[in-house]
Design a protein around this ligand. Structure first.
Ligand SMILES: CC(=O)N[C@H]1[C@@H](OP(=O)(O)OP(=O)(O)OC[C@H]2O[C@@H](n3ccc(=O)[nH]c3=O)[C@H](O)[C@@H]2O)O[C@H](CO)[C@@H](O)[C@@H]1O
Ligand SMILES: C=C(OP(=O)(O)O)C(=O)O
Length: 429
């Protein structure tokens, strides 16, 4: 499947942002830690979520769709703690089932995680944390096997700030006996959202959103109804779509505080950014200014927005330097952008970007989720027709992406083959 688009239209209008994928993945895992029913609202309808729900169904979780963006889960009939299917290996967040099942059943066997191919992505900090709670945690036959008789609170100092390890260790420790401290914890909004959701189930977690999280173990969790926060990265992607198409887009259902690092870079590049209670309006300018960026854990500039800002810098006046400090292999899309006329040199984890006046349409391939979305932004700002192939990556994390873009005036469609692509070309000229 590919997107085909005709660039050049400024995107104008309003777009409603979905629930946060990376919060939802942790929250779904949390939901099966009680035998009561749990209702999750504002759940994004994206592939990663469907894969996780399918894997949970396979182990006995009852999953009832109560609306397009809500689900009722019951983990009272889980019949196995082994999670290992071809799909779960493709996503990152299967690892949250390790923490959730270890906490609830004191044993978990979960396939090693996949996710975007953006670096080596070890999970040593997750395993180190499980061990600090008294568990054994080993990798055998491509699975993590974690086991414990007495899960007891412990003191965990993460060697590096890890979103996944922080959430996984919160999951594992809420049902441990005694107190757990996670130091050098990640502070991302989705960490806070998972903690809030667990607390609404009866957990006792304090300090989420700071770098020290304290958990007092409880005996049992109970049912809840919980609404997931808006997706910071989806919102940021649409804000940059406004900038690169010189458009005027209001993103609705956002938490402006979560967007500060992104908003401030757009301001630095000369865009107008207006904040409302739960919306942000971005007005692009005919000429974007350059800036330098370094990706950092929250509240720094998110690595998941790095490809999108690079597209904007590639169309800005002057030179911008982008340093990727989280993942070592997140510039794979640069060769694709070069096909559109971008001038970017990458050395190690630094991209030096000399802005050009315009892109021209080309046939591109998405190398991963956020890079794929960034290539779509590039196509929408380019002269002529662009195709972006392998959009399965993009569908992992963006709900109704082309429909939301169409709602802002973008000329973009999903096509399955060359015949359909040809029809599009004839129609739009
Ligand atoms: C499903 C999900 O939420 N994915 C997000 C999550 O990924 P993920 O949870 O995989 O990313 P981490 O925050 O754990 O990774 C941060 C850094 O720590 C390293 N590390 C991490 C764990 C570990 O045990 N050992 C280790 O060395 C990683 O290689 C990376 O260099 O956070 C990333 C950083 O914000 C985002 O880009 C991903 O979108
Ligand atoms: C990298 C991402 O996802 P994952 O960690 O699931 O690969 C992402 O959401 O941008």
């Amino acid at each position: 499947m590919q997107y085909i688009m005709k660039g050049g239209n400024p995107l104008v209008g309003e777009v409603v942002i979905s629930g946060a994928k990376n919060a939802a993945l942790g929250i779904l895992a949390a939901a099966i830690m009680t035998d009561d029913s749990v209702i999750i609202d504002n759940l994004p309808d994206v592939r990663d979520i469907r894969v996780l729900l399918d894997a949970m169904k396979e182990i006995g979780v009852i999953v009832e769709r109560t609306g397009p963006n809500s689900v009722k889960l019951n983990g009272g009939n889980i019949h196995t703690v082994r999670v290992d299917n071809a799909y779960i290996k493709k996503i990152r967040a299967g690892y949250y089932l390790m923490g959730a099942l270890l906490g609830k059943y004191r044993h978990a066997e979960v396939a090693l995680p996949g996710g975007c191919n953006i670096g080596s992505r070890p999970i040593d900090q997750h395993l180190k944390g499980f061990r600090a709670l008294g568990a054994t945690a080993n990798v055998e036959y491509g699975r993590v096997i974690a086991d414990v008789k007495d899960l007891t609170g412990g003191h965990i100092y993460l060697d590096m700030v890890s979103v996944g390890a922080t959430i996984n260790l919160m999951l594992a420790s809420v049902l441990a006996s005694g107190n757990t401290t996670i130091e050098n914890a990640a502070k991302e909004p989705h960490v806070v959202d998972v903690a809030n959701m667990l607390n609404s189930m009866g957990a006792n977690i304090k300090g989420a959103g700071t770098d020290v999280i304290r958990i007092r173990g409880v005996k049992k969790l109970h049912g809840t109804e919980y609404s997931i926060i808006p997706d910071q990265i989806e919102a940021g992607t649409f804000m940059f779509a406004a900038a690169v198409t010189r458009g005027d887009v209001t993103v609705r259902n956002v938490i402006p505080k979560h967007m500060e690092a992104i908003s401030s870079k757009l301001l630095e590049m000369g865009c107008e950014v207006v904040e409302f209670d739960d919306a942000i309006r971005v007005v692009g300018k005919p000429v974007l200014g350059s800036c330098n960026v370094k990706t950092l854990p929250y509240p720094g500039f998110p690595t998941d927005m790095q490809p999108q800002i690079c597209v904007a810098l590639a169309l800005a006046k002057g030179r911008g330097i982008v340093t990727e400090s989280i993942f070592e292999n997140r510039f794979k899309y640069v060769d694709e952008l070069a096909k559109m006329g971008a001038q970017i040199k990458v050395e190690s984890n630094v991209a030096v970007i000399d802005g050009v006046e315009r892109f021209t349409g080309a046939d591109l391939v998405a190398p991963d989720l956020r890079a794929g979305a960034a290539l779509v932004l590039a196509g929408l700002s380019a002269e002529g027709i662009t195709t972006v192939d392998d959009i399965e990556f993009i569908l992992r994390g963006y709900e109704s992406f082309e429909k939301k873009l169409q709602g802002l005036g973008a000329v973009i469609e999903v096509v399955d083959d060359e015949r359909e692509a040809q029809k599009f070309r004839l129609r739009v000229g």
